[in-house]
Design a protein around this ligand. Structure first.
Ligand code: 5AD
Ligand code: SF4
Length: 448
């Protein structure tokens, strides 16, 4: 979501005559797009702002803006920071070029955030966001041939630990007409892969043309657009609603990638209930089984939080059990971070000590690494189709085989990362690669 917002803001500013600078030293304006999901992310922003404050001593004309969730969360408190000129929340980004122009001209601090974030925005605000979204939703040049398309904003779930509903506002699904039109435009620009985005993307729902559209309908309609080869969607919330329909479209359409990111968050029913997640671990695992029955070969990923308030060794063991049974391709594991204003922060004390969170984190990572390794190994000797993303940042592993070609990074439909040597011109192209070596998170191959 943040990558998309950054791309939208970048395009908007380029359109307004600004250009992207390679280094902070050359920049006249510095924008920091921020995340509030965990405290660590916010601390990193504050540390950047500390450096910028220092820089501004010798360069007083430098304009610094903070955009995104942290801007919405902290508002005028953030504006008080010596380094900051502009604070702009996610719903106000359509105004970003005007805000910058004003800050440059007037040399005054500017605040643009939504006061009552849980209210559905005004017609005018929604129209501005829609216009911004479709006008600037061009290809993200950093990953060849691919683009993100937001299908919904906000979230209504209120998981007790999560700040998102308080910074991104209520759930609003965009109209299928606007989404399909946007995908068509992207396809005309040569985009081959679209990733549909939403905090709970599988609950997408919108009345249009006398019927209610769900994500399955969107995927079908997007699959009919010439030039679009692969469709993905993130992130799914474990819910019965529309689940089978979405899985059936995945099974039936060659364009819908066989990949599901569906966070469990915990394996303990007691903790799941305290998290306000509305399901039990057994039901969750059954849901994964259903996905695997409908879409054979599907790869599944998940998120887990360790150290939620009150999490005992027994609760943690339940999470280990869930992880062993879920057989995720990979899992993102986080240590609970109390977020101001959330229900868990208001009602529950952060009881699990840091070192226990750390140990549980490491233990889960080890369990997952073993599973990821086993799943990766199944690819040895296989040929896979991948979409090439670009140059790989990994150290060169097979330079003898390179024939002067750089190392490229690519992805399978099932979201496995594949590294191989090939010409950079393959970025944005589909190719076949034979897997010759594996590690838990990366497959290594040769171009066929
Ligand atoms: N502490 C730790 N992890 C969190 N997540 C969301 N809120 C918190 C929090 N307060 C994790 C969840 C979510 C992912 C994006 O971040 O696992 O799926
Ligand atoms: Fe946060 Fe839960 Fe909404 Fe995901 S579903 S964004 S974890 S409140």
């Amino acid at each position: 979501m943040n990558k998309l917002d950054t791309a939208l803001v970048t395009s908007a500013l380029q359109e307004a005559g600004f250009s992207l600078s390679e280094s902070i030293k050359e920049a006249g304006i510095v924008l920091i797009n921020t995340c509030s999901v965990r405290e660590h992310a916010e601390q990193r922003v504050l540390s950047h702002l500390g450096h910028l404050k220092h820089m501004k001593k010798s360069r007083p004309d430098l304009v610094v803006g903070v955009i995104g969730c942290m801007a919405q969360r902290l508002g005028d408190k953030l504006l008080e920071h010596e380094a900051v000129n502009i604070v702009c929340g996610p719903a106000e980004i359509p105004q970003i070029s005007e805000l910058i122009a004003k800050a440059v001209q007037d040399r005054q601090k500017t605040l643009a955030v939504t006061e009552k974030i849980r209210r559905k925005g005004s017609q005018q605000q929604r129209r501005a966001l829609e216009k911004f979204e479709s006008a600037y939703g061009i290809e993200d040049e950093r990953i060849g041939g691919q683009a993100f398309v937001r299908v919904m904003r906000g979230c209504n779930n209120f998981c007790s630990y999560c700040v998102v509903p308080y910074v991104r506002g209520p759930e609003v699904s965009r109209s299928p007409e606007a989404i399909i039109e946007q995908i068509r435009k992207l396809a005309d620009h040569g985009v081959k892969q679209i990733t549909l985005l939403g905090q709970t993307v599988n609950s997408y729902k919108c009345k249009h043309g006398g019927r209610t559209w769900c994500l399955a309908d969107l995927l079908e309609a997007a699959g009919d657009i010439a030039g679009i080869e692969w469709l993905r969607f993130v992130t799914s919330y474990p819910s019965e609603e529309f689940f089978d329909q979405i899985m059936q479209v995945m099974a039936g359409s060659p364009k819908v990638c066989e990949y599901l990111h569906i966070p469990a968050q915990s394996g303990s029913d007691r903790i799941l209930s305290a998290m306000n997640r509305n399901y039990a671990s057994r039901w969750y695992l059954e849901l994964l089984n259903r996905a695997r029955e409908i879409v054979p070969g599907i790869s599944i990923a998940g998120d887990l939080i360790v150290g939620f308030p009150g999490e005992t060794e027994e609760d943690f063991q339940a999470t280990v059990n869930l992880l062993e049974k879920a057989r995720y391709k990979n899992a993102f594991i986080f240590k609970y971070s109390p977020r101001p204003g959330t229900t868990s922060d208001r009602r529950l004390e952060d009881t699990v000590p840091g070192e226990i969170k750390q140990r549980r984190n490491v233990e889960l990572l080890a369990v997952q690494e073993k599973i990821s390794d086993e799943l990766s190994r199944q690819f040895l000797g296989e040929q896979v189709q991948v979409l090439v993303e670009g140059l790989s940042k990994k150290p060169h592993l097979d330079s003898a085989e390179a024939h002067g070609n750089p190392q490229l990074v690519s992805r399978t439909a099932t979201d496995y990362i594949v590294v191989f040597n090939g010409p950079e011109s393959l970025a944005g192209q589909f190719v076949k690669v034979k897997i010759v070596k594996t590690s838990p998170l990366t497959l290594f191959g040769r171009l066929v």
